[in-house]
Design a protein around this ligand. Structure first.
Ligand SMILES: [Zn+2]
Length: 497
């Protein structure tokens, strides 16, 4: 019987481990265990009154700093930052607390911060880079104690490592919980390892003082033990853990009064794995909202809030799918999208955007992406957003092909054409003098340097004749004239002065 139970337990834990392995590679959080002073006073005063009703939406600013190594590599993708913010807002939505993106996502390139293994380097990073009046979140590769993240109370900023960011994890939610005054559900047990083989003491030895009570399984001492919230059950687990199907610890714990229990994994402030977590308790939410009123009221956004970005697909102006585009100074253009104030533009060699080659954030409806490799297919997509709604989809605008100009005098042997002048004065016609010895239908296309087709017509049988293109409506700049036939192509560069 015992053996069967053990096997069953092992199977369960291996299954859950696979779900959240990336989280469990790291300890959940390295936030120091000192009980927040403000919260202690708040909980001791039972007549506290929140200034705002629970129905008021509290909108707080959040700012992300992407930390890379000294070579500028290893930055966390912009899109993933958006997804993390969407997850944070989803987690806080039931409590009428929301977050908007404040300022640009700044990049910091420094090895010392990218992989920092001590709080003093983290503190330095925060002090020298944080913005005022916003929740500062630094995204790094590694953090002290191999943790997923931490909140540094004196620097008043948060670190979350790349592996623990994203749309499915709750590390950011947990750290913002700290920022809003919440301790861990297992407060007092930080840095200790609960040992089921040892009798659980009635008091914990913290900093040499036997003053911290241990919460009982039936709520004994709940207002002076653990997180001091009586609606979060006893929890002693200070090392990351996986839960069972009913979101409780696999491990059975014993309280100081001899009662067995399992820790609740649903609370964001526990160290359970991401898949277990889904809520804050009522008292935790009351405390966070009171803390915002008390200490963070000047952070609350009360201006005009932009509505959600229209969820319809966007429409592109240039290039259209399968267009041929001159490879230099490529300008992409789309139509403005309702309620969007910014656009995330991504360019990839892959139609499914497996790797992003170039990325731009712009507030207008065009972007000059510079030069792309010639004679290749490129794909582009645009995600419209505003600071309050970054959760919409990309519109995929399909692919285009880049080309270069080659000056060829002949389309094929026996079929030449002379195009002149190269430097075209305003209102001077462009001459195409055909010397064709075959019947060769020819397509004539005139592009601007961005690759937009300005003229497009067919000559069924050019023979030996001169055909003119008027230049009167062409702006100053470079143009490309292309003649295409079944036997070959000719491309010529022209400059209008
Ligand atoms: Zn924590």
């Amino acid at each position: 019987m015992r053996k069967i139970l053990f096997t069953l337990l092992l199977t369960v834990s291996i299954t859950s481990f696979a779900i959240s392995q990336s989280h469990l590679d790291h300890s959940p959080c390295a936030t120091a265990g000192e009980y927040p002073e403000w919260l202690a006073a708040y909980l001791e005063n039972p007549t506290h009154q929140n200034a705002r009703s629970a129905d008021d939406l509290l909108m707080l600013p959040i700012t992300f700093k992407s930390v890379g190594n000294s070579e500028g590599e290893g930055h966390y993708p912009t899109l993933k930052i958006f997804e993390s913010l969407c997850r944070l807002n989803k987690d806080f939505e039931p409590y009428n607390i929301q977050f908007y993106l404040k300022g640009a996502i700044e990049k910091i390139n420094r090895d010392l911060y990218y992989d920092h293994d001590n709080f003093s380097d983290g503190f330095k990073m925060m002090q020298s880079n944080k913005d005022p009046l916003t929740i500062n979140v630094f995204i790094t590769n590694d953090a002290p104690s191999n943790a997923c993240g931490y909140f540094h109370p004196s620097a008043d900023a948060i670190v979350v490592i790349k592996n623990c960011m994203g749309g499915s994890g709750h590390t950011l939610t947990h750290e913002v919980g700290h920022w809003l005054s919440l301790p861990h559900t297992f407060a007092g047990w930080e840095g200790m390892n609960y040992d089921p083989g040892e009798e659980t003491p009635l008091f914990l030895d913290v900093n040499g003082n036997d003053t911290i009570f241990v919460e009982g399984a039936n709520g004994e001492n709940c207002d002076r033990a653990g997180d001091r919230f009586c609606d979060t059950p006893a929890d002693y687990l200070s090392i990351g853990w996986n839960c069972s199907g009913n979101k409780e610890s696999l491990q059975v714990l014993k309280d100081p009064f001899g009662n067995d229990f399992r820790s609740d994994g649903t609370n964001y402030m526990s160290y359970s794995s991401d898949a277990c977590q889904s809520k804050f308790s009522v008292m935790q939410v009351d405390a966070m909202r009171a803390y915002i009123d008390f200490a963070r009221s000047h952070y609350v956004f009360s201006g005009f809030q932009l509505g959600n970005v229209n969820t319809d697909p966007m429409s592109s102006v240039y290039p259209q799918p399968s267009d041929k585009v001159h490879y230099q100074g490529i300008e992409l253009e789309w139509n403005h999208h309702p309620n969007a104030t910014r656009y995330l533009v991504q360019i990839s060699r892959f139609s499914f955007f497996a790797a992003i080659d170039y990325e731009f954030i712009v507030s207008g409806n065009t972007v000059n992406i510079g030069d792309l490799t010639v004679d290749k297919n490129w794909y582009w997509r645009v995600k419209p957003y505003n600071d309050f709604d970054l959760c919409g989809d990309f519109t995929d605008f399909g692919g285009f092909q880049t080309f270069d100009i080659t000056d060829v005098e002949e389309i094929s042997p026996n079929n030449g054409v002379n195009i002149y002048p190269n430097l075209v004065a305003r209102n001077q016609p462009i001459n195409m003098v055909f010397e064709f010895n075959e019947i060769l239908p020819t397509k004539v296309q005139l592009y601007n340097i961005g690759g937009q087709v300005l003229q497009d017509f067919d000559i069924p049988n050019p023979g030996r004749q001169t055909i003119q293109i008027e230049s009167g409506n062409l702006a100053r700049g470079m143009y490309i004239l292309r003649l295409s036939t079944a036997k070959g192509q000719l491309t010529k560069r022209l400059t209008v002065q």
